[in-house]
Design a protein around this ligand. Structure first.
Ligand code: ADP
Ligand code: MG
Length: 335
């Protein structure tokens, strides 16, 4: 598969109080040195607790916010240096779908107009053709074409998310960043929308960066999964590999939190102690060390690198000696 997006060393720091480089201001390292690739037609799931930096990654790679450092290459071109027409063209090819289907549609705009507006603003076709296309897209996302003239308040959350998807599809994007697109929906509706995402990808072939705070949401859709903690990727590999052979203690805890379909299977849930620490004052060494049930002395001193073990990347001192568990903590449960 062709490499669509190549993200290298992406950083986004926010300064509270004063400027980014002035003394005395608090720096939040919302995204701190994140690198990954997204290939054409694939789905990369991004998971992690609220505040781990997922939305900031999504927004930075679409340049909805300006990253502090790093590179985002789209088909070999660094989009962080694009301006004018080439930036517009990138923005047509890379669309975002947001979490809150209530906030993402203009309440005064009819559904049909909301779908044709981006098509017309990119001069992709005539108004008449855009209307035909919007009708076709309504049907593709499972809505009645008669909804064209209605207003967003007449729809449920799930239906609004379908409208948002139709709006993004109108531009025939190659990449869709979906930022917790089902988190605000009822559980029964979540599965329908996830199925819709999957069906549309099979039909149109775009790639997803699919963000969720919950592993069970990305499990079905993803080809690969990146697990984030406090602004960093701590594990990244193929989905099957992640579920069959999770390496990072944080990933193991996330997996253990997924409800099991068969209640007779009693696997012990790993409960993490404490809340996610503040971004402005993370633990020294490994950022997960303050909550890790496998913590060793080195974890509090040295920041672990993301190391690639045959395509399975993990940032954890348990594996930092040539992929071997170094033996120090073998007596600890789940480590
Ligand atoms: P997630 O999507 O994983 O919940 P976010 O990317 O939204 O995480 O946020 C990561 C961190 O960056 C959080 O600590 C958040 O408070 C902080 N943050 C996000 N946006 C801003 C902003 N505009 N100004 C200051 N801090 C921000
Ligand atoms: Mg978010």
């Amino acid at each position: 598969m062709e490499k669509l997006l190549e993200v290298r060393g992406l950083k986004k720091y926010f300064a509270l109080n004063k400027g980014l480089f002035s003394k005395g201001s608090t720096i939040i390292k919302a995204v701190d040195d994140v690198s990954f690739d997204l290939k054409g037609g694939e789905t990369l799931g991004v998971v992690g607790e609220s505040g781990s930096g997922k939305s900031t990654v999504g927004r930075s790679i679409l340049r909805l916010i300006e990253p502090t450092a790093g590179e985002v290459n789209y088909k070999g071109e660094n989009i962080l240096s694009l301006k004018g027409e080439s930036l517009r063209s990138f923005r047509k090819n890379a669309q975002m779908i947001f979490q809150d289907p209530y906030a993402s549609l203009n309440p005064r705009m009819r559904v049909g107009d909301a779908i044709i507006e981006p098509i017309l603003s990119h001069n992709l076709m005539s108004r008449g053709d855009a209307i035909d296309k919007a009708v076709e897209l309504l049907e593709k996302v499972g809505l009645d074409k008669d909804y064209f003239d209605r207003f967003p308040h007449q729809f449920s959350g799930g239906q609004r998310q379908r409208i948002g998807i139709a709006r993004a599809l109108g531009l025939e994007p190659e990449v869709i960043v979906a930022d917790e697109p089902v988190s605000a929906l009822d559980v029964s509706v979540q599965a329908q929308i996830i199925n819709l995402f999957k069906d549309l990808q099979e039909e149109f072939g775009f790639a997803y960066l699919f963000i969720a705070h919950d592993l069970s949401v990305v499990k079905y859709l993803s080809d690969r999964i990146a697990v984030m903690y406090l602004g960093e990727i701590v594990e990244l590999c193929k989905k099957e590999e992640l579920f069959e052979n999770p390496m990072h203690p944080y990933t193991k805890a996330l997996i253990s939190a997924i409800p099991k379909p068969d209640p007779r299977i009693k696997e012990k849930r790993i409960i993490l102690k404490g809340d996610i620490p503040s971004h402005s004052n993370p633990p020294s060494g490994c950022k997960f060390s303050s909550r890790c049930y496998c913590v060793m002395d080195i974890c509090k001193e040295k920041h672990p690198e993301l190391i690639d073990y045959n395509g399975h990347k993990v940032r954890c001192h348990l594996f930092s000696k040539g992929g071997e568990n170094n033996g120090e903590i073998s007596s600890k449960e789940n480590c």
